[in-house]
Design a protein around this ligand. Structure first.
Ligand SMILES: Cc1cc2nc3c(=O)[nH]c(=O)nc-3n(C[C@H](O)[C@H](O)[C@H](O)COP(=O)(O)O)c2cc1C
Length: 386
């Protein structure tokens, strides 16, 4: 079976989206390479200064109330650089999106920077981006793509946006039982809920679009556990326009993470993958590496002793609401920026390695983006710059 190309915003794209992955896993190199093959690549906006030695030199050791403004400025500069890099690599092909988590303290700043730096699209999850239409009002050419997980969320968001005179240009439907990173379910106990299964949520969302007179107006991008051409054929059969993959792109040669990071993800067995509650108060999925193993052992005790801190451990306040800083006893109790930073630099002992639950298209192999796209697209589309 042939995949259907994705006609989006006047372009004929491969029906493949590379999902945003922070911290520093999907930056300009990965997103630009993916776009160069006529797909959509996504830069994750969070704490990108970590990929820039000069910006880290300026900000890594800052402390005190003055630190935050300088760290935020470094991250804005890093995002602008990564968007430029992606553009250079893409050579005008495909689309470059920027992913911003609604849960971030600097959500608005990153959105503005992405718009000003010329992103083609904004993909926003980890919270409901009800204010995105206003924030992006002066940039109508930029596609707005919320990341949601169930039909109820889609209905709520579309109704609110319609009142502001804007529709999403596409919606990512991310499956909390399968995807990596933060998950779109309220609690760990909800992850298995049938309402998230693609054969439930996609028909429900399409039925809502029909009833609301929006049929054919908002393409759906399915995400989570997608590993083969056949998976994408099935999802297109259910009405998805495209498929978003995260982990499979995180382990490509062009991924912006370290080799050690890629090996931890690619080498993980199903029994090594675990779910827990993050400091953002959302369920998350990662590889059970030594740090996570130890944290999970101590979690209950740490939660019992949770209390509001005088300031963020890193003087960065990456999240608007943080379980550790704000002393929220039911949320995670660790510094997420620190452990994701360790993962990015390949510290297998101290890092937090987000990963989806599914098998990978090439098993433990680290292969180029081109191989992955060719495998996913089958024979239907030759790699444009192969
Ligand atoms: C290492 C890693 C980091 C991620 N970080 C983010 C992120 O910062 N923002 C986001 O919206 N999604 C994030 N995700 C989710 C991906 O964008 C993608 O939707 C998801 O991984 C798809 O599932 P798959 O990994 O099974 O393909 C992350 C996933 C991984 C594996």
């Amino acid at each position: 079976m042939e995949l259907q190309a994705w006609n989006f915003r006047g372009r004929k794209l491969r029906p493949i989206v590379q999902g945003g992955m922070g911290v520093g896993v999907s930056a300009g190199r990965l997103a630009g390479t993916v776009a160069s093959f006529d797909a959509m690549g996504t830069i994750s906006s969070v704490d990108l200064r970590r990929l820039h030695p000069d910006l880290m030199e300026r900000t890594a050791r800052l402390e005190g109330p003055e630190a935050k403004a300088q760290i935020d400025a470094a991250n804005r500069e890093a995002l602008a650089r990564e968007i430029r890099r992606a553009r250079e690599l893409a050579q005008g092909r495909g689309l470059i999106a920027v992913n911003v988590m609604k849960a971030l303290d600097q959500y608005t700043t990153y959105v503005r920077q992405a718009l000003e730096s010329g992103a083609d699209a904004l993909a926003v999850g980890a919270g409901l981006p009800l204010d995105l239409p206003e924030l992006a009002r002066d940039f109508p050419q930029v596609a707005l793509i919320p990341i949601l997980s169930d039909a109820r969320g889609v209905q709520l968001l579309v109704r609110k946006w319609e009142k502001k005179g804007r529709l999403p240009d596409a919606i990512v439907i991310e499956h909390p039982r399968l995807a990596g990173g933060h998950l779109g379910a309220a609690a760990l106990a909800d992850l298995q809920d049938r309402r998230f299964d693609f054969d439930v949520v996609l028909p429900e969302v399409l039925a809502f679009f029909r009833a609301a007179g929006l049929e054919g107006k908002i393409p759906l991008i399915a995400a989570g556990g997608i590993a083969s051409h056949e998976d994408i054929v099935r999802l297109q059969g259910l009405g998805a326009a495209a498929a978003q993959l995260g982990t499979a792109f995180a382990v490509t040669c062009e991924s912006d993470a370290s080799e050690a990071f890629k090996q931890v993800l690619a080498g993980a067995k199903p029994e090594d993958i675990v779910e827990f509650t993050s400091v953002a108060g959302l369920p998350a999925r990662a590889v059970r590496t030594p740090w996570l193993e130890k944290y999970l052992r101590l979690q209950e005790r740490m939660q019992k002793h949770a209390h509001e801190k005088a300031h963020c451990t890193m003087w960065f306040d990456c999240l608007a609401h943080c379980g550790l800083r704000d002393g929220k006893a039911a949320w995670g109790q660790f510094c997420i920026d620190k452990v994701l930073g360790h993962a990015l630099s390949g510290d297998v002992r101290k890092g937090l390695f987000f990963r989806g639950a599914g098998r990978l298209p090439f098993g433990e192999q680290i292969r180029p983006v081109r191989d992955l796209l060719q495998q996913l697209c089958g024979d239907s589309m030759e790699a444009s710059n192969a």
